[in-house]
Write a protein that binds this ligand. Sequence first.
Ligand SMILES: C[S@@+](CC[C@H](N)C(=O)[O-])C[C@H]1O[C@@H](n2cnc3c(N)ncnc32)[C@H](O)[C@@H]1O
Length: 326
Amino acid sequence: MPSWTGRIRSQSMSDICSRCGLPGKHESESDCISALVKKNKLLAKTVAKFKSEERLNDLTGAEWLFSTNTWWDTNYPMDPSHKLRSKLGSVKPPGVGAELTRAFTQKKHIVVDTFVGTGGLLLGADIEGRTSLGCELNPEMIEVIERVRDGFGFKDGNVVTRAEADRGITMNVECSSCLDWMRSMEHSSVHFVMTDPPYGIAHKKKSFKDENNFSLDELEPDSGWGKLATIEEFLESMQVWASEARRILKNNRYVAVFMSDRYMSGRYINLGARVQDALEDGGLVPKAVRVWRNKSSESRLRPYAIGSAYVPNIKHQYVLIHRRED
Ligand SMILES: C[S@@+](CC[C@H](N)C(=O)[O-])C[C@H]1O[C@@H](n2cnc3c(N)ncnc32)[C@H](O)[C@@H]1O
């Protein structure tokens, strides 16, 4: 046993009362009783505080522990609605939204997505039976959501065709810009904000000679944040977004934002870290970063550059986790 262990133990043993076994040197029995009362009061206070705080989620200890893993490798196969949903760009598997929903909410909670796309994340909240609300700027995406709602439903925690479903899709998505939509919502009214903003930033498909792996869609309306001219404008917008997300969130509740790094005009841009800072500048407290990739939907490696240049194939995304703490 290392000597420091013995030293700590012998020191603390000498501070323990031989009569009652509590810390401190007690001269009489009444000193022991006072120490016991003090200890129980402290314990009662701690238990009361624990009981008065609303639990974060309904998970068991083991499930909760698993959800705190910072390396998050998933392997969700494409669900039957994937083909329809992915017509307009890259989509998230509903299972990922469901996992986050289970980790950050309880059964009757309200989950919000402010960049819904065709609904990948929000379908996950809906699978978990949460009140699922969102907004999306592009009317074409809203049309796809309507078709998904008509053609699909849920069974045993999965998206299935409407004919196989035992429950319909209930998520409610408005066609609106995220700031307008959030500003129409009440203060402290939602339990979890989970979203996947665009992060193309005026990208164009380029040949690999240009060493640029921006290849996201150009389908957004002109006012979409994926079309903002500079990264600085995007970060400023995300800061304003964070202050609104904070306002509509209940205190001590969380935000999860998907984000990726980019390689642009010959430079690696640590966009994940920069957006994390922007969210903090908007008033949210940074709590964790999870590194996510979905193995089953990985694209092939692409030769962005050959010869003397090294260009990364960015396979991972971040889930930036923040909290409102008044
Ligand atoms: C990365 S996609 C979301 C994809 C989504 N997770 C899915 O699974 O379908 C980002 C979406 O944000 C939308 N968007 C861009 N700017 C917006 C804004 N200011 N307000 C609301 N939606 C916006 C885009 O039209 C796009 O559909």
